[in-house]
Design a protein around this ligand. Structure first.
Ligand code: NAP
Ligand code: ZN
Ligand code: ZN
Length: 346
């Protein structure tokens, strides 16, 4: 067993506090990664506070992990000691179902093994990236380019792939009109990718103060969504809308913006059910879809694309001692645009 230091919460009401635990001894196909940076995703907050009603405690959150390989098992072939490596939202899957075979492990028919808040094969809980090290099968690790600043790379492992994957799947391309709803960790990556893919990008935000940033990130238009009238004028004009909002909100006003056969992809995961009016989607044959993170192959493609185009996340680097304050600020939308923990502070 490998003694490991981390931060955990013990219940939905608790703060995160120092927590020592043991990780399983590495096996022949495993890679041991010393964690250098870990992003703070809103999903960490939903789960730490049991907002999705599936939390296991104690919980060590964190699934936007970059680090350095310190040890590899005897059968590991793709990774060597000293390499940079990344780990995202899952650390294993069945490997043999149709979805796994297609490289869509996030939709594994048996269920992907999540990086934290899941039961490992031996029944023990998985613990995430707010910790000193992690042990992962090499097939579920990602190659990280040394070209990019590492703190800004960490959020690509969740916020990056979660926005890149639906933009690619729904074939967003030049001259299309794309809306990004919510300018947080996911939203700001969605703006960067959609702009790079050549789309005309509009940010729909509740925070008027984010306009200048939105334009710097590549948005062409910025709409403060407290003004419903302004949205009415944009009805039936958008090809694709990515909704990244973490809290309950009215999705109908965005569905109404889709032109014929347009699609709204929901990636934000509020705790309450989403109410959809039939007459928000019947006109224009509109579509509402969901999308979950991305598979290993596509995550690697996204990381390589980011290295090629010099894309990273805009981050506020914090010591782990500030994690509880970072959660509160994230909930208030007060982060530009992702907190990333510098694990040296642990
Ligand atoms: P985040 O950084 O907190 O950003 C969410 C943004 O939503 C905020 O910055 C804010 O943007 C907007 N917002 C917040 N509260 C709102 C409200 N009451 N009404 C309207 N807008 C509000 O969160 P994140 O890390 O990007 O994650 C966003 C959501 O995606 C979370 O629910 C998370 O669990 C989910 N997620 C899903 C996947 C997936 O695979 N589908 C993967 C990762 C995360 P403005 O200030 O611009 O309004
Ligand atoms: Zn996440
Ligand atoms: Zn599978």
């Amino acid at each position: 067993m490998l003694p490991t230091r981390g931060y955990a919460t013990q219940s939905p009401m608790d703060q995160l506090k120092p927590f020592n635990f043991e990780r399983r001894a590495p096996e022949a196909r495993d890679v041991v990664i010393e964690i250098l940076f870990c992003g703070v995703c809103h999903s960490d907050i939903h789960q730490a506070r049991n907002e999705w009603n599936n939390s296991i405690y104690p919980m060590v959150p964190g699934h936007e992990i970059v680090g350095r390989v310190t040890q590899v098992g005897a059968e590991v072939t793709q990774v060597k000691e000293g390499d940079l490596a990344g780990v995202g939202c899952f650390v294993d899957s069945c490997r043999v179902c149709a979805n796994c075979k297609e490289g869509l492990e996030q939709y594994c028919e048996v269920g992907a093994l999540y990086t934290y808040n899941a039961a490992d094969k031996d029944g023990t809980p998985t613990y995430g990236g707010y910790s000193s090290q992690i042990i992962v099968d090499e097939d579920y690790t990602l190659r990280i380019s040394p070209k990019l600043p590492l703190a800004g790379v960490a959020p690509l492992l969740c916020a990056g792939i979660t926005t890149y994957s639906p933009l690619r799947h729904f074939n967003v391309k030049a001259a299309q009109r794309v809306g990004i709803v919510g300018l947080g960790g996911l939203g700001h990556m969605g703006v960067k990718f959609a702009a790079l893919m050549g789309a005309e990008v509009t940010v729909f935000s509740t925070s008027a103060s984010k306009e200048e940033d939105a334009r710097k990130l590549g948005a062409h238009n910025f709409v403060v969504t407290k003004n419903a009238q302004q949205l009415e004028a944009l009805a039936s004009q958008y090809d694709f809308i990515l909704d990244t909002v973490s809290a309950t909100h009215d999705i109908n006003m965005y569905l109404n913006l889709l032109r014929r056969d347009g699609v709204l992809v929901l990636v934000g995961a509020p705790e309450e059910p989403v109410a959809v009016n039939a007459f928000s989607i019947i006109p224009n044959r509109r579509r509402l879809a969901g999308s979950g993170i991305g598979g290993i192959r596509e995550t690697q493609e996204m990381l390589d694309y980011c290295a090629e185009h010099n894309v990273t996340s805009d981050v506020e680097v914090i010591p782990i001692q500030q994690i509880n304050e970072a959660y509160e600020r994230t909930i208030k939308g007060d982060v530009r645009y992702r907190f990333v923990i510098d694990m040296k502070s642990l």
